[in-house]
Design a binder for this molecule. Structure first.
Ligand code: ATP
Ligand code: MG
Length: 244
């Protein structure tokens, strides 16, 4: 299963990716999490901590600077530039680098294409993409099973999400799941529903426990597994498993 996580900057993509990936892994699925952001921080949401996250980023930077060998294949990339996070999630940083070598399996192809190459029938890949619509455009020709469009109930966030969902639908790239993050009340929920007619959004409440976890450099799933925002994301992952 291939899952792409998209949305406006700061909408909650990384938080969602982290909780969903670990929940899928807990269900026994082999799970690979790809950090595709040029400011990679999925490691923090997965619970490996800030230092280990920075080490992974440093390796990627070293490849860019020509101080580290390139990986010989996509799988080698996951092996060499990855780490195993809690619940057995394999995390790899695959951000685009400044000086890619065209065609190189570790830096010369887009993270959007890598997502397709790394998927296996017995493996779930969750890709935490860069903010904005560019990534959705680059997915063209690289269909996925699910595109999670993460939105906050604000006009700007909803507009990016609406355009992303439309583009995914038009190109038949995958099933859209709208994640309405940081919902505070019925009005927020209604705003999101109005922006995505025909799609029932998954509602994730605004939850101070999520920010508190980040302050403590702990994954939300470890710091506050029963907090309403975390539970909503766990339920979302469970629903993906049920849908196949
Ligand atoms: N439901 C929530 N309730 C409260 N805070 C949240 C919630 N979801 C995310 N946050 C907080 O909002 C901030 C942004 O979340 P996150 O980093 O997941 O967004 P993002 O879309 O990945 O951002 P970027 O575009 O910068 O990669 C973080 O500080 C996170 O802890
Ligand atoms: Mg992020």
């Amino acid at each position: 299963m291939k899952i792409a996580v998209v949305g406006k900057g700061g909408s909650g993509k990384t938080t969602t990716s982290g909780v969903v990936a670990r929940t899928l892994a807990r269900s026994g699925r082999s799970t690979l999490a790809l950090d595709c952001d040029s400011n990679p921080n999925l490691g923090i949401s997965l619970g490996i901590g800030e230092e280990a996250t920075e080490r992974l980023v440093a390796v990627r930077d070293a490849v860019d600077a020509g101080e580290e060998e390139h990986a010989s294949s996509a799988d080698d990339l996951v092996e060499r530039f990855g780490v195993t996070a809690p619940d057995g999630v394999r995390l790899a940083v695959v951000t685009a680098i400044q000086n890619p070598q065209p065609g190189c399996p570790c830096c010369g192809i887009s993270p959007e294409r890598l997502l397709g190459e790394l998927a296996r029938p017995d493996r779930v890949v969750v890709a935490d993409f860069e903010a904005g619509l560019g990534t959705v455009m680059r997915l063209d020709g690289n269909p996925v099973d699910v595109v999670m469009v993460v939105v906050e109930p604000t006009p700007k966030s909803l507009e990016v999400g609406r355009r992303a969902a439309e583009s995914v639908r038009e190109s038949g790239l995958g099933r859209v799941v709208v994640v309405a993050n940081r919902v505070r009340d019925d009005e927020d929920a209604a705003r999101v529903r109005a922006a995505f007619p025909g799609l029932e959004p998954v509602l994730v409440p605004d939850d101070p426990a999520i920010m508190d976890a980040e302050r403590q450099d702990v994954a939300p799933l470890d710091a506050a597994p029963d907090a309403p925002g975390v539970r909503a994301l766990v339920d979302l992952a469970d629903s993906l498993l049920k849908a196949g």
